[in-house]
Every structure is written in C-alpha cells, then in structure tokens.
Design a protein around this ligand. Structure first.
Ligand SMILES: CC(C)(COP(=O)(O)OP(=O)(O)OC[C@H]1O[C@@H](n2cnc3c(N)ncnc32)[C@H](O)[C@@H]1OP(=O)(O)O)[C@@H](O)C(=O)NCCC(=O)NCCS
Length: 187
C-alpha cells in the first residue's frame, strides 16, 4: 500500500554530468540521445523516489534541442514531480549547462516525462498524493493538469484525423506541399 502523501521536495532530484568528447555528434555538439538518456534517468530516479516503487517511462513531451550543448560543459538536470494521478506522475525536468571556466549557466530546455509506478506483478501501482507546499508547487500541478487535458484532446483529434484520411481525396491539398505524387490516381 502506497504512503498516503509526500511533499514535492522529498523526491526532487538532480543529476550532473560532464560532457566529454565521446558524447559529441559529427557537428561537435552533444548528441540529443545522450541528453535524452540523462533525462530518462533523472525522471526515473525522481518518480521512483516519490512512488517508492519501480517506475517506467510512458510518454515524453516538449523535448526540443534548440540550444546546443557543448563538449566541456557541465550539464545538470533538475527533476521534480509536478503532478500525480493514480499510478502516473508527470515529472518536470529543467536542463542547465554550466561553462566550467567562467561559471555561467544556460537554461537549455525544459521537458516533461510521464512515468507510471509498477507493483511486483508489473501492474500500475497507486502512488502517494502530492503535498503542495509552495506557490510554485501549486502552479506546476495546475499547469501539468492543463497540459494533460490538452494532450488528451490532441490525441483524440489525431486519431480522428488518421481514421478519416482518404488518399485520393487529399491529393489536391498536397499540391502546395514539397512533394511529388509519383503514382496514378485510382479511378
Ligand atoms: C505504462 C503502462 C504501465 C500502462 O499500462 P496500462 O495497462 O495501459 O495501464 P492503465 O490504463 O491503468 O494506465 C496506467 C496509467 O498510465 C497512464 N497512461 C497510459 N498511457 C499513457 C500515455 N500514452 N500517456 C500518458 N499517460 C498514460 C494512464 O493515464 C494511467 O494513469 P493513472 O493511473 O494516473 O490514471 C504500460 O503501457 C507499460 O508498461 N508500458 C511500457 C513502459 C516501458 O517499458 N517503458 C520503457 C520505455 S520504452
């Protein structure tokens, strides 16, 4: 049986790692996959601490690599449980890159991982409620709730869009796109 409730601060987790040359891509910047792996690790640690159970990653949102990370920077990933459902948790991750020589810190991106706690039979397990102790805790919980609702709506719309596509009817629409239709339309 899960503990009744836990404050956000008790599961907040930071992972810091030095970006070494073997993490670089052909352009000399850090591979997105290296950063994704670190995000997944910190989301796992943070959610498992809150749940007191083994957790799995279900979904990843808002991962964008708009500001490249350089070799030699010290990357810190700060994770916090923003929202809990019954067995799911939305973990917010703030990624910062520190230039070790001059100690300047850049915020490179923020993203959101949905994690689910599992019981010993591999079934989703109930997690403790979240105790919101600060204004920021409340703001993040509400934001996560809104984002979850928006995501569910988009998911439904995407499923509808997929099921209603008729290729022959949509060919006209593709005339303004950067593609060439290289087959004959069926009668
Ligand atoms: C995640 C998983 C446990 C869901 O199992 P399920 O049988 O669909 O269970 P449920 O329908 O009860 O969903 C459990 C929770 O996951 C949430 N969930 C399921 N699919 C989701 C999705 N696509 N996005 C966000 N949350 C999702 C549900 O809302 C529910 O949350 P709640 O308990 O807080 O209400 C199952 O899909 C799984 O084990 N996936 C593999 C995870 C994994 O191996 N990850 C490693 C990375 S590849």
């Amino acid at each position: 049986m899960a503990e009744a409730a836990k404050p956000v601060r008790t599961s907040q987790t930071t992972i810091t790692e030095l970006m070494i040359p073997s993490y670089a891509n052909f352009g000399g910047k850090i591979h997105g996959g290296i950063l994704l792996s670190l995000m997944d690790k910190v989301a796992y640690a943070c959610s498992s601490k809150h749940a007191g159970a083994y957790c799995v990653t279900v979904s990843v949102d808002r991962v964008e690599f708009l500001k490249p990370v350089e070799v030699g920077e010290l990357v810190s990933l700060h994770a916090s449980v923003n929202y809990v459902g019954r067995s799911s948790m939305i973990v917010g991750i703030r990624v910062e890159a520190e230039h070790v020589k001059n100690s300047t810190i850049r915020h490179t991106n923020s993203c959101y991982f949905t994690m689910v706690a599992k019981d010993d039979h591999d079934k989703p397990a109930e997690v403790p409620k979240l105790i919101l102790e600060t204004h920021d805790d409340v703001r993040r919980f509400i934001e996560a709730l809104h984002m979850k609702e928006i995501k569910n709506k988009i998911k439904d719309e995407m499923n509808d869009a997929k099921s209603t596509i008729h290729v022959n009817d949509a060919l006209e629409m593709l005339k303004t796109e950067r593609c060439i239709i290289a087959f004959k339309e069926k009668e």
